[in-house]
Write a protein that binds this ligand. Structure first.
Ligand code: FES
Ligand code: FES
Length: 167
């Protein structure tokens, strides 16, 4: 069964018809040619497919595209539309990558996570929040734990996210 939907991706509106079993990741990559979000595990376990979906970090490999009609999606490519986003610059500064396959997901996740920090979302590390949370290394590790890096570039990724968090 097919369904029609509209997605705004990095500022461009797309109308498309998809099989209702199509994931958001496949709709982006295979149908729209948006290849910044990567397919790593395809099982919701690695974070490489992360985008910002209506302002929140979101995995796309387990999301059915048809459920997101009208959504606004920003990918790592979109974050760089007007020059590198501060998080992307921090990844460059701190050598936060090796092969780069996980990097777009790491960047989108970090941008979403820093917004969550500002909004005072709790984490396993800091459950009872009062006011602004210190973006400590242990806090960043916990909040970025959904994004895996097969190259093991974690020291640089951690340094980059902490640098971006400090502004
Ligand atoms: S490809 Fe989506 S979490 Fe791994
Ligand atoms: S930089 Fe290669 S998987 Fe992370």
């Amino acid at each position: 069964m097919d369904a029609q939907l509209s997605l705004t991706v990095d500022g461009t509106v797309h109308s498309l018809t998809v099989d209702t079993r199509t994931t958001l990741l496949d709709a982006l990559r295979e149908r729209l040619g948006v290849i910044s979000p990567k397919k790593g595990c395809d099982h919701g376990q690695c974070g490489s497919c992360t985008v910002l979906l209506d302002g929140r970090r979101h995995l796309t490999c387990l999301a059915l595209a048809v459920a997101y009609d009208g959504a606004e999606i920003v990918t790592a490519d979109g974050l760089a539309a007007d020059g590198l986003h501060p998080v992307q610059q921090a990844f460059l500064d701190q050598d936060g990558y090796q092969c780069g396959y996980c990097t777009p997901g790491q960047v989108c996740s970090a941008v979403g996570m820093l917004d969550e920090l500002k909004e005072g979302h709790p984490s396993h590390v800091t459950e009872d929040l009062v006011g602004e949370i210190e973006p400590s290394e242990v806090e960043v590790r916990e909040r970025m734990s959904g994004n895996l890096c097969r190259c093991g570039a974690y020291p640089g990724i951690l340094a980059a996210v902490c640098e971006a968090a400090r502004g």
